[in-house]
Design a binder for this molecule. Structure first.
Ligand code: GLA
Length: 353
């Protein structure tokens, strides 16, 4: 693999990184001002940054083997460059001055699996710029700027789950986050439990269109209930007065928030697993963001010995599933489940075990 020196004929000034994340509970709650419970994964994105010798930025992706010349005064760049360019533009809009840079990106976070490869890139880029330019930015501010870059320049009307997780979570704990107040707590995993993540092999095709549509449905539900956001109700019965499908969308969000709050008080792995199973059923039946491959993989995981619970993770429509399993058995469980999943005709991949 190439490095910064080979691409840019100079040594980088700074290096920074950020992990991907997997969400354990609290799916499609963040843009409803609700609660989430992610953890960081070992895979991460690393950026090396130096000053550009001219007035253009140069962005290199080691995985794509692509070098892009970006004119700061022209319309936003596309593809992987849009996340970097977006971060720079968000900083500039906030009054910071960013000189032309050379940036080298390499990442082990798989793209399209729902593990926040884009948020990892945004947070790593902003961390790198913070140290290059001595910017006065907190980790929370970095998450907020990353989210703005995603919304304004990558076209996904996302919440703040991914960027907060990539900026503030670690692999040894769960991050319990109230997405309205940004109050948060670092919590231990349920006693005796570890995590397995398997990619379904199905790319998240309809992701962005379906995602923005779900968000609009939730906003319609909140309007009809006369509340600011679905976070403001905790009784799922209240959703029953709404017309379908927003009744079921609201029911998912309300029950999912309740599940996160139950999980955050420190429950057993068994109980946590049951909440994950209920979350999957709700995402499949009420929120309708699952697909047959994810249902098949979750079903296999839930029926594998030593698994406490399993669900799709991330936005859905494809991507990965997460399971809570007996600690120490992660590898064996992941292998068993993957073999069975691939035997029925899919092409899955173990991402965390
Ligand atoms: C994507 C978005 C997040 C969140 C999840 C669903 O990952 O970027 O903000 O909404 O989907 O929980």
């Amino acid at each position: 693999m190439m490095d910064f020196q080979q691409i840019f004929n100079a040594a980088p000034e700074v290096e920074a990184s950020a992990p991907g994340r997997v969400n354990l509970l609290g799916e499609h709650t963040d843009y409803n001002d609700g609660f989430v419970l992610p953890t960081a994964i070992p895979q991460h994105t690393i950026v090396s940054i130096g000053y550009s010798p001219n007035d253009h930025h140069h962005f290199y992706s080691a995985e794509l083997e692509e070098l892009l010349d970006v004119n700061p005064t022209e319309p936003t760049a596309q593809g992987f460059a849009s996340y970097i360019d977006g971060c720079i533009r968000v900083l500039e809009a906030a009054g910071y001055t960013v000189p032309p840079i050379n940036i080298f990106v390499t990442s082990s976070v798989s793209i399209g699996s729902g593990l926040s490869s884009s948020a990892a890139l945004e947070v790593a880029t902003l961390r790198g710029l913070r140290s290059l330019l001595n910017l006065d930015l907190t980790d929370v501010k970095i998450a907020q700027f990353g989210q703005q870059a995603e919304i304004q320049y990558a076209g996904v009307n996302c919440g703040i789950l991914d960027q907060m997780a990539c900026s503030l979570a670690d692999t040894e704990h769960m991050l319990f986050l109230d997405t309205r107040t940004l109050d948060r707590q670092i919590l231990p995993f349920p006693a005796g439990a570890g995590i397995v993540v398997i990619d379904s092999g199905v790319a998240r095709s309809l992701a962005s269109s379906g995602y923005n549509q779900r968000r609009a449905e939730c906003e319609a539900a909140a309007r009809q209930l006369g509340i600011k956001a679905l976070r403001d109700v905790s009784d799922p019965q209240l959703a029953e007065q709404l017309p379908d499908p927003i009744r079921r969308r609201a029911r998912h969000v309300i029950t999912e928030n309740n599940r996160v709050l139950q999980a955050a008080v420190g429950i057993s792995a068994q109980e946590f697993g049951e909440l994950m199973n209920a979350s999957h059923a709700s995402l499949r039946d009420d929120y309708e963001v699952s697909v047959p491959a994810l249902d098949a993989l979750v079903d296999i995981l839930q029926n594998t010995p030593d698994v406490f619970g399993a669900r799709l993770t991330g936005a859905g429509f494809g991507g990965a599933c997460v399971a809570l399993v007996t600690a120490g058995e992660e590898n064996a469980i992941a292998q068993t489940a993957l073999e069975q999943y691939n035997r029925v005709g899919y092409d899955g991949q173990i991402l965390v075990s």
